[in-house]
Design a protein around this ligand. Sequence first.
Ligand code: AMP
Ligand code: ZN
Length: 111
Amino acid sequence: MENCLFCKIIAGEIPSAKVYEDEETYIFRDIEPKAKIHLLCVPKEHFASLSEMDDGRAALVGRMLKKIAALQTELGLSDGYRLVVNQGANAGQTVPHLHIHILGGEPLEWE
Ligand code: AMP
Ligand code: ZN
């Protein structure tokens, strides 16, 4: 996908702090962390949001969640973590390539 920031990061055209990669998933550090640990988990396949999901993409997102769970300790999140998926303007989504925010490394505010 041309002119997509995260596609460029996945392709290595824009530098990123990678923490995990496999054939379909890329995890890297958010450039403006909102917690001690703030990672972004993205599918290598470009699609903008959950509204563009089909059965194949739903299965892909399911595997992404399974990988995050399997990597919990390796990512420094053994005391817990929060996943956030911003969708659209009201949620403040700024990058139209589906991404799961992974937040942790410290107690997180909740209200
Ligand atoms: P969202 O607001 O949910 O679309 O999340 C986009 C996230 O991408 C924000 O938390 C940004 O800080 C992050 N971000 C933007 N540019 C970069 C970059 N070059 N490398 C890493 N994270 C980025
Ligand atoms: Zn993209």
